[in-house]
Design a protein around this ligand. Structure first.
Ligand SMILES: [Fe+2]
Length: 107
């Protein structure tokens, strides 16, 4: 199994093809999650409504990217797709009541 950028120094081994693509997609997913958390931190740290609104819009675009990349991973990583389908805890979208009234974002 390979991780990172696919080049294991000194090993002469280089990941190629679909597995390399899947590594990049996973790295991109991590980047989108990082971006979402950073925007949320900045939104929570500023009191100027106009800036909050713009940053919230950008954060939600990052969430869209995260969904697109996750769907890409599901399409091309058959094991990952099975793991999503086998999630015994997934019951669909939680209602506001089920999540204790706690919500994030503007959905
Ligand atoms: Fe993004």
């Amino acid at each position: 199994m390979a991780y990172g950028n696919g080049d294991v120094k000194g090993s002469g081994y280089k990941t190629e093809g679909l597995e390399q693509f899947l590594i990049w997609v996973r790295e991109d997913i991590a980047g989108e999650i990082d971006a979402i958390d950073n925007y949320q931190y900045h939104i929570d740290s500023i009191d100027i409504p106009e800036i909050k609104e713009i940053l919230s819009h950008i954060r939600d675009e990052e969430k869209e990217h995260l969904a697109e990349l996750t769907n890409l991973l599901r399409r091309f990583d058959t094991v990952q797709n099975l793991k999503f389908k086998d999630d015994n805890f997934a019951e669909g979208t939680k209602s506001e009541e089920a999540s204790g009234g706690f919500t994030v974002g503007n959905a």
